[in-house]
Every structure is written in structure tokens, then in C-alpha cells.
Design a protein around this ligand. Structure first.
Ligand SMILES: CC(C)(COP(=O)(O)OP(=O)(O)OC[C@H]1O[C@@H](n2cnc3c(N)ncnc32)[C@H](O)[C@@H]1OP(=O)(O)O)[C@@H](O)C(=O)NCCC(=O)NCCS
Length: 187
């Protein structure tokens, strides 16, 4: 497996990237990219010059996974968005490799923090279908993963929950906000 930068001239990989977004999010986030055309628009945005877009590929240039990053706060903070691994290849360390590579990319650009939002639209965690305005921080502290929600993948990668957007995807369907420090502030 190689991890490469995805540029607009990588014509063969771009449609694969769009199809991957559709396939990887279909089961639990059906509204994310319901069609190839909508996913292709997202991929075109991922390729914008100021962003980071990295792809894991095999020797035949088949796309295994993709990760994107959007700069904010004068480049101090990068939002990780999106991340997707081919459904048949999940659980084999590709996501970890792409996130580690992404962190290196952010570091090399002088970034301090990576943030992300990971939606729970399908009762995948104990933070869904509850009143988050009541004892919010206890609920976050005691969060449980009910259906393999990716927040736990990010926790394994060192990300912490920094907040939540209640009802982000409709009533009881929050967006879980997470962050990781990727560079110590020395000066
Ligand atoms: C979530 C996703 C990116 C993880 O990538 P992956 O290649 O399957 O994960 P890895 O094999 O690198 O897993 C790294 C570790 O995280 C754990 N992990 C991976 N996905 C997990 C999940 N959904 N829930 C709990 N733990 C998970 C693995 O068991 C592994 O743990 P270990 O180090 O103790 O062995 C991938 O499954 C995916 O694309 N899912 C669909 C789309 C998605 O959820 N994107 C992120 C939305 S914000």
C-alpha cells in the first residue's frame, strides 16, 4: 500500500474516490453522499489547492481509502473531513495509516490541532436519542459505543471528545466533536 497526494490530474482515482464516499457511508449515514454526482462534487472540493487530500492505493492504483483536510484559524487548526476506507478492507489498519499520514501532513504545514465531527444519525452511541441539555458532560464522559461508531476509532488514534452539536442531523442525532494536538506549542 502507498499513500499519495490526490491531485486533479489523477483522473483514474477521482471517480473511485466518489464511489468510495457513496459506498462507505451508505449504511449508517445514507444522507451523506446518496449519489455518485454529489460525492464527485465533494471530491472536487477536497482537491482544492489549500486543502490536504491523501489516498491509500495498491500497486494497481486501486483506491483503498481516502482522507481530506480543511485549514482553519490561520492554519493552526485543520478539520479532518472526510475519511473513508473501502468497506471490504475495513479493520486492516488502513484507516490508522491514513490518519497518521494526515497528522504528519498537518504537522509539516505548521498545524497544531486536528478537529473533526463524527455524526451519529443511527443510534450508534449512547449520545443519540437522549436529552443532551441534561447532564451533558456526564453523558460525554460515559459515552458508550452501541454499533461500531467511529468515535472509538478516533479515540484509539488519540482524539478526545471536545463537545457535541445536539440535533445536528435531526432530533436526537448529534454530531460528536473531537480533537487531537499534533504539535506541542514550544514558542
Ligand atoms: C472508521 C474507519 C475510517 C476506520 O478505518 P479502518 O481501516 O477500518 O480502521 P483500522 O483497521 O485502521 O482500525 C484501527 C483501530 O480502530 C479500531 N476501529 C476501527 N473502526 C472502529 C469502529 N467503527 N468502532 C470501534 N473501533 C474501531 C480497530 O479495531 C483498530 O483497533 P486496534 O488498534 O485496537 O486493533 C473505516 O471503518 C470507515 O471508513 N468506516 C466508514 C466511514 C466512516 O465511518 N468514516 C469516518 C466518519 S467520521
Amino acid at each position: 500500500m502507498n499513500i499519495i497526494s490526490l491531485f486533479p490530474d489523477k483522473k483514474g482515482l477521482i471517480p473511485q474516490a466518489a464511489q468510495l464516499l457513496v459506498d462507505a457511508f451508505r449504511e449508517h449515514w445514507p444522507d451523506a453522499w446518496p449519489t455518485f454526482e454529489e460525492a464527485l462534487e465533494e471530491v472536487q472540493e477536497m482537491l482544492e489547492a489549500e486543502r490536504i487530500c491523501r489516498a491509500a492505493v495498491d500497486e494497481q492504483q486501486n483506491l483503498l481509502g481516502i482522507i481530506g483536510g480543511i485549514p482553519g484559524y490561520d492554519g493552526h487548526v485543520w478539520e479532518l473531513h472526510p475519511l473513508a476506507i473501502q468497506p471490504s478492507l475495513q479493520g486492516r489498519g488502513i484507516g490508522r495509516a491514513l490518519v497518521e499520514d494526515f497528522e504528519e501532513q498537518v504537522r509539516s504545514k505548521g498545524g497544531l490541532t486536528i478537529t473533526l465531527g463524527t455524526d451519529d444519525e443511527d443510534d450508534m452511541t449512547s449520545l443519540s436519542s437522549v436529552d443532551l441539555y441534561e447532564n451533558l458532560w456526564e453523558k460525554i464522559r460515559d459515552v458508550r459505543n452501541l454499533k461500531n461508531h467511529p468515535f472509538e476509532f478516533y479515540q484509539k488514534m488519540g482524539y478526545v471528545i471536545t463537545g457535541i452539536v445536539p440535533d445536528a442531523n435531526g432530533r436526537g442525532k448529534p454530531d460528536i466533536l473531537m480533537a487531537k494536538r499534533v504539535r506541542s506549542v514550544v514558542k
